[in-house]
Structure formats: C-alpha cells, structure tokens
Design a protein around this ligand. Structure first.
Ligand code: ADE
Length: 225
C-alpha cells in the first residue's frame, strides 16, 4: 500500500513512521509512505499557501492552487483509490473504515490547517472526508497519523500471528476481554482461575462472556447494531 500525505508541516509526521509497527511495515516493503510539503507547490515568492477568506471572517484558508498542483502531479503518476481530507466535519473514523481502507493500494491524505481548505478543493478532488473525533485539532496531521496507524496494522503481514488484529477491540463490535500475564498471583491479586486451567473451550467461553459484559457496561451503543 502506498500512502501520500500532503501537509504544510512534514516534520510533524515523520517520527511515528520511524518506530514500532509502522516502521516495520515500511521495512518489510508492505507500506510506502511519502510526504509532500505543500510549500513546494506554490508559485508565491513567500511560499504562502493560505489567504484571507472571501466575505471576511477570522482565520486563513488554504489556497486551491498548491493543492491542485500537488494532487494533479500524484494522480498523473498513478491511480488513487481514495483522496482523503482530514477534517473535523468528516465522517468519524471507526474500525470498519480502517478495515476497508487497509484493502486499498494507493491513498492520498490531505491535512488541513488554519480554517481548512478552499471548498473547491473538497468539491473537485476529495473522495472521502474523515474526522478522528468531535474536537478540533490545529491541523489534520495528527488525525492522519492515527488513521495511518489504524490502517497499517491491518495490512496482511504487518502484524505477526501473536499480535493478530482479529482479536482487537471493535473487530466484532465488542470490546476486548480483560488480559493477564505472569505471575498468576501477585501480592495476593490473582488471575481468574479459568485462564490457568488449560481448558481452552472454557477459556474461549469466558473471554466471550467478558467481552460482552465489558461492552454492555462501557459501550452499550455498540450492542445496538
Ligand atoms: N483537523 C482538525 N480537527 C480534526 C479532527 N477532529 N479530525 C480530523 N482532522 C482534523
């Protein structure tokens, strides 16, 4: 999978891809992430990529020209499955969206800054708009990183069997059950006996029950679907 991220602050994005699972996915050749600094696509002497709003009002707007130049260059080089704009008024990210996006080959992520982008960018180029939650960030970059992490860990081969994404919370609309590791007794705080019983059908049933109970208690909304 190739992910092209368009941003005015590429430095903000790099380090998460230099550690842990995202780093390994790149080393294994399963993911190629490229950063594009929008300022490299402006003809403006001061490398300005934003301007005042027509009609007045506080806050700057990202101009269409550098974004058009950058997206047009990328789309002339390969076909893209999605051109995604990170924005608080997009569809809220959920596991199902991450599952679907993990099956794509080429994706562009456009990170908004200031008040956002000129509406014509959204009308002409964007195929999907994603929010990571009902709060406003200073830009789309952190949202893009969260989206990348959620997608990349689902790409076949990125996680080993021992960390399989299939048992994650939300994969079956349930939260994950409680988990424990050694020692089985720490200061008298014991692990549930069933987990050390070696009876695997019983363990499976216990985990299913616990996942259901946890979901009912913490996220009853998930059980409505
Ligand atoms: N940009 C600013 N706020 C955002 C949010 N909540 N999700 C995605 N992109 C954003």
């Amino acid at each position: 999978m190739r992910i092209d991220i368009i941003t005015v602050v590429p430095d903000m994005l790099k380090s998460p891809f230099e550690a842990s699972i995202m780093k390994r996915s790149i080393e294994k050749g399963l993911v190629d992430v490229q950063f594009h600094n929008l300022r490299d696509y402006t003809t403006n002497t001061y490398k300005q990529v934003d301007d005042y709003q027509f009609g007045g009002g506080a806050g700057m707007v990202m101009m269409i020209e550098p974004i058009d130049k950058c997206i047009s260059k990328l789309t002339s080089e390969r076909d893209y499955d999605e051109i995604i704009y990170m924005t608080p008024d997009g569809e809220t990210l959920h596991q199902g969206m991450a599952n679907q996006l993990s099956l794509k080959n080429n994706v562009i992520l456009l990170c908004g800054h200031y008040k956002g982008v000129d509406q014509r960018v959204r009308d002409q180029f964007i195929t999907k708009e994603i929010s990571i939650g009902d709060y406003v960030l200073s830009g789309g970059e952190l949202g893009a990183l969260i989206l990348c992490d959620a997608i990349i860990r689902l790409i076949p081969g990125v996680l080993g069997n021992e960390t399989s994404a299939l048992t994650d919370s939300f994969q079956d609309n349930l939260l994950a059950p409680p988990i424990y590791t050694r020692p089985a007794n720490y200061k008298g705080w014991k692990v549930p006996e069933v987990l050390t019983s070696g009876n695997f059908p019983k363990i499976e049933t216990w985990r299913e029950e616990q996942a259901y109970l946890r979901t009912k208690e913490r996220r009853p909304d998930l059980l409505k679907d």
